[in-house]
Ligand binder design. Structure first.
Ligand code: GLC
Length: 465
């Protein structure tokens, strides 16, 4: 990188963000995932839907709404809308993980990857959820209702809602997904009902409800959403919640209970509580567990799902404060030298072999397995602002600010305390740059929190099983 002595970190971040923009037919449509000339690009030269979110929010705040408009328009065109010919094709409603501008001859085409080219063939289920969340942010920032209410956007929303709310082999309100269906796009034991997807699902449903045109079809979808939201929120607040009181309950659970009104509904065996948690759970604080299924609870702490839960008011006020209390009490484990760990703790040994399939990228305290991801900083700042804990957000920012520009904006950091730049980390990672900028912009202008946050829901149909 050519160092420009007088450039501030903010100016540098803005310059790099500008440089990351992808153009299609002379129009800005997205940003590359990373612009690291020292590493093989693989698919980092593509625009990932999830990676574009912080960049898009920065653009919206800065009034550069055209790139977000173009992105939404092009991605709506990429969404799968035709019945698939064979089972290797994406289902209707799916949004791609990423897209790329190809230039065969004089033409320019957009090529989408629905996971059909991705490493491990992972399905990008979070893409369509993030897409809805971004559409709402765009609508709020521009006050342009027309785009969201146009026929093809209403159709796109309906396709996504159909795939999410349609029939499933399930009797829980959570969304059942395969492993690697979100930011953690490698095997990490996230199949089933991972928190990241559930939090995004909740927020996306609330965003969709705001934007649906209330005609006959729209009303039917709104009813379905309200029904689902009511039980989803109940399920997550109740069954996923972990704090010392709940841990004590699980510790003394009776198992093999049969019948409708049993306490231990999912037959969680007390023996499955990991030893680390009995010491790690603070007296004050709590969090939503990583996953829950029959006979199985993933007790790991996942940052994205917990922070999005706060931002979207999926958790109660008290739970939201408790999550931030936990982050504060376990600062040296979760933040330490770089905000913030994607999950805690890392898995190792036989567990790592079985769960990751011996993935050398996800060794303990690296990458998705306990690595630290600066992109999560904006979600941390947003969650802290929502709960009036700017002190924590500022502490995290101060740590990040010291290192990010100096280290050339890495994708992730390794080590228990996040001191090392990730072993295979890209540099000049766009969402690291945008995530930091967004955190800074949110801090300076708290009213922009509105673009992504939600007040407590009053519309959904309350569920008390
Ligand atoms: C990695 C991350 C994924 C991200 C992609 C591009 O695969 O796990 O979440 O979208 O890189 O940055």
């Amino acid at each position: 990188m050519i160092a420009i002595a007088s450039e501030t970190i903010e100016q540098q971040a803005n310059r790099l963000l500008e440089k990351s923009i992808i153009y299609y037919q002379q129009k800005p449509v997205g940003t590359v995932a990373a612009a690291d000339s020292e590493r093989e690009a693989l698919n980092y030269d593509q625009c990932f839907i999830r990676d574009f979110i912080p960049a898009a929010l920065v653009f919206l705040i800065q009034g550069k709404t055209d790139i977000v408009y173009n992105f939404l328009l092009e991605t709506v065109g990429l969404q799968k809308k035709k019945r698939r010919v064979d089972c290797y094709e994406p289902p209707i409603g799916l949004m791609p993980a990423s897209f790329k501008v190809e230039s065969p001859g004089n033409e320019q085409d957009l090529h989408a990857d629905f996971g059909d080219k991705a490493i491990g063939r992972v399905t990008p289920i979070d893409s369509c959820l993030w897409w809805i969340i971004l559409l709402r942010a765009y609508t709020k920032a521009t006050e342009d209702l027309e785009l969201a209410q146009s026929d093809n956007f209403q159709e796109a929303l309906a396709f996504i809602l159909e795939i999410c709310l349609g029939p499933q082999f399930e009797m829980t309100p959570t969304l059942l997904v395969p492993d690697g269906a979100c930011m953690v796009d490698r095997p990490m034991g996230l199949s089933g009902h991972p928190l990241e997807i559930q939090s995004l699902f909740y927020v996306a449903l609330r965003a969709a409800r705001e934007m649906l045109v209330r005609n006959t079809e729209g009303e039917i979808l709104v009813d379905k959403i309200n029904n689902r939201l009511g039980s989803l929120v109940y399920h997550l607040r109740d069954y996923y919640w972990l704090d010392l009181t709940k841990l004590n309950q699980i510790h003394r659970y009776q198992s093999e209970q049969f019948g409708e009104s049993v306490v231990n509904k999912f037959n969680i065996y007390p023996e499955s509580i990991p030893y680390w948690l009995t010491e790690w759970m603070p007296d004050q604080g709590g969090y939503l567990a990583g996953n829950l299924g029959p006979g199985k609870m993933d007790f790991r702490f996942f940052s994205l799902g917990n922070l999005v839960a706060i931002i979207g008011s999926l958790t109660t006020e008290e739970q939201s404060s408790d999550i931030l209390n936990l982050i504060e009490h376990r600062w040296s484990d979760l933040v330490s030298q770089m905000p913030i760990k994607l999950c805690y703790p890392a898995i190792s040994g036989l567990e790592w072999r079985i769960i990751t399939g011996c993935d050398p990228k996800n060794t303990p305290w690296s990458y998705h397995n306990g690595g630290s991801w600066p992109v999560l900083l904006w979600m941390m700042m947003a969650a802290c602002q929502k709960m009036g804990r700017e002190d924590l957000g500022d502490r995290a920012m101060a740590i990040a600010e010291l290192r990010l520009a100096q280290d050339d904006w890495p994708e992730y950091y390794d080590g228990k305390n996040g001191r090392l730049i990730g072993k295979s980390s890209r540099k000049f990672q766009t969402w690291t740059i945008a995530g930091w900028l967004l955190a800074k912009l949110l801090r300076e202008n708290p009213r922009y929190l509105d673009l992504v946050s939600f007040a407590a829901d009053t519309e959904a149909i309350a569920c008390t099983i």
